[in-house]
Design a binder for this molecule. Structure first.
Ligand code: ZN
Length: 152
């Protein structure tokens, strides 16, 4: 993969790719989802356990390109332990960043909140790779929705 993004961002992505966070599938769990990105061949299986309205456990297994795997790693580190509402708000924010086509106008507060996920800003210029970066985030969103559905 060669994308002309700032080298610091590339470092963050490669570091997460080589040392993914929260890999492995927790058991027990409330919901498991499997998402694929057929255009690139990326896959992720993700499990969550919800306790008191927060993401108490989240783990995943996956394969595919460095962007998809690194983004899932970043996402899991950011949302684990967070209240569901905060996790979904962050997902919305990341979705907005990915749909910005490189024109994102992030405030300092946005950057603080997105943390390492800001490293994927450059990816938004490449529509073919946007789905790679979103894969794990979409999986988290559906897993949470499914877990909440099971609970009620
Ligand atoms: Zn990919």
């Amino acid at each position: 993969m060669t994308l002309p993004m700032e080298s610091m961002y590339r470092e963050i992505i490669l570091d997460h790719y080589k040392h993914p966070q929260h890999r492995g599938l927790p058991d027990p769990f409330d919901a498991e989802v499997h998402h694929v990105n057929p255009t690139c061949g990326d896959e992720v299986t993700l499990r969550v356990r919800i306790t008191d309205g927060a993401i108490a456990e989240l783990g995943w297994e996956g394969e595919g390109c460095s962007i998809s795997q690194a983004s899932t790693s970043v996402m899991s580190g950011l949302v684990l332990g967070k209240p569901i509402a905060d996790a979904l708000a962050l997902q919305e924010k990341f979705l907005g960043l990915m749909q910005s086509r490189g024109e994102a106008d992030l405030t300092e507060a946005d950057e603080d909140e997105l943390d390492d996920a800001v490293a994927f800003e450059g990816v938004s210029k490449y529509p073919a790779r946007v789905k790679c970066a979103l894969l794990g985030w979409m999986a988290m969103k559906s897993a949470v929705a499914e877990a909440e559905g099971n609970a009620s």
